[in-house]
Design a binder for this molecule. Structure first.
Ligand code: SF4
Length: 441
């Protein structure tokens, strides 16, 4: 769609530090440190708290006018010392912001001052200026910084598989772990927020929650059988780095949502680990097919609009087509190398034209929907007003979901997650406009 505006209105994307924090909070005993003004840490914290309903520790170097003129090195050094002394983390995940990148702070040089410190706190530095890229770029840069700094080849194959998750929910990570466990594969999850962002209540609250990827595990990624990044846009850089430097084979995507994509994920796991397909997984696949048959008469021909992160949108578009729906619009704010190609492939395969809005925003989606029409919208909470305006249900997936509780707990990935997504979409349609005459036609 040709872009005639000079401004972006309501884009389904966030800034790079949010993605970098998403990566860092999945590492055990890691404190994210935002090198920028206070707002650059408050805004991500606000979004994490309302999505995960968990408190989250994010430190800031709190730059102000004088740092903008003289540089932020003094603040960064003071912040690292404060975090070390007060929190005693194993890692500090530093990320830059629009301000610190614009004034030109060389973070890697500044943190050399800590090279001779006796403690064993690892400092990771990711460059995450928000005037380029999105939260996905930030995630990609932070995971790459983690493996660049820590990965170390010890010459002994660990027989594990690296899984780079991207910005997915704890429910999805648990489902991926469940599948790998059935196949009998040990894994290193990069990075694992399944426990760090879904913790039991504890008194007194510990500095660091249980779980998360351990520093030693990140070091061990160089000795794995392979790396599967569940999304090429988010995590591809780290996977390619491990392949280039340590000859760990990399597979990028697709996101395992729906039948075809989950099959591809399973095949990739089996190929890299040389395992047979387990019966239990075949059964779970069969249950997904059965669920699709059960709801086919409700979903057949239903027009769906889908927005969010490109890899997830592309996977849901394919799954919607598999389920007999007509995905009419696919919208993302982030440019992805394979997004349009994959959507076009689905459109051709299922003979259903899909309007592609790439590097776009929800204003454009709203306008297109006035012509295209849709019976269900799938995306995060930012689509609420569009859904209300078109009088259609919004099925909430992705990040952030702040106007419903518990979304992060449940998967949409894998065979089980796909069943959950299918049920959500079907129930939303039934709930919204249940007309037995129409629905059973
Ligand atoms: S100033 Fe830049 S880095 Fe900070 S919150 Fe805004 S967009 Fe994000």
């Amino acid at each position: 769609m040709p872009e005639k505006r000079c401004v972006t209105i309501n884009p389904p994307k966030m800034c790079q530090p949010i993605g970098a924090i998403y990566a860092y909070i999945g590492v055990h005993a890691c404190i994210p440190l935002v090198h920028g003004s206070q707002g650059c840490a408050t805004y991500p914290r606000y979004n994490f708290c309302r999505h995960f309903r968990e408190p989250i520790e994010v430190a800031t170097t709190s730059l102000s006018e004088d740092a903008a003129v003289y540089g932020g090195a003094k603040n960064l050094v003071a912040a690292i010392r404060n975090v070390k002394n007060r929190m005693h983390p194993e890692l500090i995940g530093i990320m830059t912001t629009c301000l610190s990148e614009t004034i030109g702070d060389d973070v890697r040089s500044i943190i050399k001052e800590f090279d001779n410190d006796a403690d064993e706190v690892e400092l990771i530095a990711a460059s995450t200026p928000s005037y380029v890229g999105t939260h996905l770029t930030g995630y990609d840069n932070a995971v790459k910084a983690l493996v660049e700094t820590l990965a170390c080849n010890n010459g002994i194959l660990n027989n594990k598989l690296n899984i780079i998750t991207g910005l997915i929910n704890p429910g999805d990570i648990n489902e991926i772990k469940h599948m790998l466990q059935i196949i009998g594969v040990e894994s290193i999850i990069l990075t694992d927020i399944s426990q760090t962002m879904n913790t039991p209540i504890q008194f007194p609250k510990p500095h660091f929650s249980e779980g998360g990827t351990a520093k030693a595990e990140i070091a061990d990624t160089a000795n794995s059988l392979g790396t599967i990044s569940l999304a090429p846009v988010t995590g591809g850089a780290a996977a390619k780095f491990l392949e280039r430097k340590f000859s760990v084979p990399a597979v990028l995507g697709p996101a395992p949502i729906g039948v075809n994509n989950t099959d591809t994920f399973v095949k990739n796991v089996l190929r890299l680990t040389d395992r047979p397909i387990p019966k239990e997984l075949e059964r779970e696949r069969g249950l997904l097919l059965d669920a699709m048959v059960d709801v086919h008469h409700y979903l057949y021909g239903k027009r769906a609009a889908i927005f969010g992160d490109p890899d997830i949108v592309a996977a849901i578009v394919r799954f919607a087509a598999e389920a007999g729906m007509r995905p009419v619009v696919a919208c993302t704010a982030t440019a992805g190398p394979s997004f349009a190609k994959e959507i076009k492939a689905v459109a051709e395969e299922y003979d259903c034209p899909v309007e592609i809005l790439e590097k776009s925003d929800l204003f454009a989606l709203h306008e297109v929907l006035k012509e295209a029409g849709a019976e269900v919208l799938i995306g995060n909470s930012k689509g609420k007003d569009i859904a209300e305006d078109h009088n259609i249900p919004l099925v909430r997936v992705g990040f952030p979901v702040y106007d419903r509780v518990g979304c992060f707990r449940y998967p949409i990935m894998g065979y089980n997650g796909s069943i959950h997504l299918l049920d959500m979409v079907t129930n939303a349609i039934l709930d919204h406009k249940y007309d037995p005459d129409k629905l059973h036609q």
